[in-house]
Design a protein around this ligand. Structure first.
Ligand SMILES: Cc1cc2nc3c(=O)[nH]c(=O)nc-3n(C[C@H](O)[C@H](O)[C@H](O)COP(=O)(O)OP(=O)(O)OC[C@H]3O[C@@H](n4cnc5c(N)ncnc54)[C@H](O)[C@@H]3O)c2cc1C
Length: 468
């Protein structure tokens, strides 16, 4: 891969020339060696260097900064975390509240760094709209979800129901049943964030070597074709690419998500639709959809992709016609006026899914390994938290960040839950996804009889239970 602009709309939009930085020149020693120049690796380097400028920190990136999910995602910067309901369930009300506040504060923390370091990534904190938008069952599911959020201690200031009239003040969709609105989300131009962070950490003195894939690793030592790096701390920050660093692939399943972007749409079209303040939105089905109106007035819209047998990475993200049409169908259901809109970019990427379906931030002082990952499609914000947390853990600090339930102290990577071997992974993943697709097809068809709708939803919920 040398045409880095083809990675995504976001990389294509960058003003900078996409020249790779130099590769690792020779063997060297460092205090901290980070594998991967995505958000996780760069945030870790950033917070370490800000607190301990004397540390020699080296990042080795297989391709260029932003090559992975960080240069490809949907740009939702969430003040939330996958599986936080389960992670926080065992805490006292007071601790749960404090942890929720920490999560809700992620977009503001990122905003403060952007300002301090003069990184422009089109940050807009317009909140997020989880719309019940295609069939009535979505309203029931969303209202039940809202109820569980309140039961977990969230307030109306965090999540509130918008009826169709209230929703229309922000977003006008064809068939609105209502939406959950949360202010704790911003949208960004993802590549500008990852490339800006890369420049920033370099200016702080971090050494970033590109086109330097790590071929082999062990505590204290990384091997590349160009040489070795010895370090007190090794930080694998490869998320969906964990399969490239055995045995980490056992703990992170690489799954894909795929996006399309329209050409910039005219002002009259946006006057019909809304989304004036950079709100993120989804249509709340189990297709895991996500969208935003970009600063240059495109619609960017994504949905869940697939999983490849044996955890093989997908490298060719030229979407086929079926993949494009599914996304066009889904956004066309919300915005009939966009059914024929010209699509200028299609792309996708690999993300990492942990067996427990929530992130982990792990520190093993004996072997000098620290890692963060398992964000499962919600890593833009969580990786900032991950970077901050790893910095505190590596520096041996006992802080609010290191006392969270997703932090694993003094545990080696092998204490992470492993995925079952093939063919179980492939069969299990695909059975679950099939049930989701089937549910969506049945519910989206207004002629489906109630008993079929009920059965399809029960089956999908049952299958989803395996993901918990
Ligand atoms: C299509 C898509 C849409 C998404 N949308 C959203 C969203 O809207 N909101 C949200 O919160 N999350 C989203 N996510 C998830 C989010 O983008 C990721 O969780 C996050 O970017 C992970 O960052 P990372 O640094 O951990 O991993 P990555 O960004 O994947 O970085 C890993 C890096 O490691 C490098 N690498 C891999 N192997 C090696 C090796 N052996 N040696 C050296 N380098 C190596 C890779 O080249 C890559 O640059 C999305 C993900 C995808 C794929």
């Amino acid at each position: 891969m040398t045409d880095w602009r083809n990675i995504s709309l976001w990389m294509d939009q960058l003003d900078e020339p996409l020249q790779p930085r130099p590769a690792l020149p020779a063997s060297l020693h460092a205090d901290v060696a980070i594998i991967g120049a995505g958000y996780s690796g760069l945030w870790t380097a950033y917070y370490l260097k800000r607190q301990a400028p004397h540390l020699r920190i080296v990042i080795l990136e297989a391709q260029i900064a932003g090559f992975g999910a960080s240069g490809r995602n949907g740009g939702w910067l969430m003040g939330a975390m996958l599986g936080e309901d389960r992670l926080l369930a065992g805490l006292s009300a007071e601790h749960r509240h404090a942890s929720s506040q920490l999560l809700h504060g992620i977009p503001d923390e990122v905003a403060s760094v952007l300002q301090r370091e003069a990184i422009d990534c089109d940050y807009r904190k317009g909140g997020v709209l989880y719309c019940a938008a295609r069939y009535p069952e979505q309203e029931r599911a969303q209202r039940a979800h809202l109820h569980s959020l309140y039961a977990a201690g969230h307030s109306e200031a965090d999540y509130r129901w918008l009826n169709p009239a209230e929703l229309s003040a922000q977003l006008r969709i064809a068939q609105a049943f209502g939406a959950i609105y949360s202010p704790h989300c911003a949208t960004i131009q993802p590549a500008r964030l990852v490339r800006g962070l890369a420049r920033c950490v370099e200016q702080l003195g971090v050494e970033l070597y590109e086109q330097s894939p790590v071929l082999d690793w062990q505590p204290g030592l990384l091997r590349c074709a160009q040489g070795e790096v010895r370090a007190d701390w090794i930080v694998p920050a490869v998320e969906g690419y964990a399969g490239s660093l055995p045995p980490l692939g056992r703990y992170q399943l690489p799954v894909q998500s795929l996006l399309v972007a329209t050409e910039p749409l005219p002002a009259e079209t946006w006057a019909q639709i809304g989304l004036q303040h950079g709100q993120a939105f989804s249509e709340s089905s189990r297709q895991v959809t996500y969208g935003q109106r970009t600063v240059d007035d495109r619609l960017v819209f994504g949905a869940r992709g697939g999983y490849r047998f044996g955890g093989q990475l997908r490298t060719d993200f030229n979407l086929n016609q079926g993949e494009i049409e599914l996304r066009r169908y889904l956004f066309g259901e919300l915005f009939p006026q966009l059914k024929e809109a010209r699509i200028s970019h299609t792309w996708g990427g690999n993300l990492g899914m942990h067996r427990r379906f929530h992130p982990h931030m792990l520190c093993d002082r004996r072997s000098g390994i620290a890692l963060t990952g398992g964000y499962g499609g919600e890593g833009v914000g969580a990786s900032n938290l991950g970077g901050r947390t790893l910095a505190d853990l590596i520096l041996g600090q006992d802080t609010e960040l290191t006392r969270q339930p997703w932090v694993m102290h003094d545990q080696s990577p092998s204490s992470l839950a492993a995925w079952p071997p093939e063919p179980c992974r492939w069969l299990g993943y695909n059975a679950i996804i099939r049930s989701f697709v089937h549910e969506d097809q049945v519910l989206a068809n207004p002629h489906s009889p109630p008993w079929r709708r009920h059965l399809a939803s029960r089956m999908a919920s049952f299958m989803e239970g395996f993901m918990r």
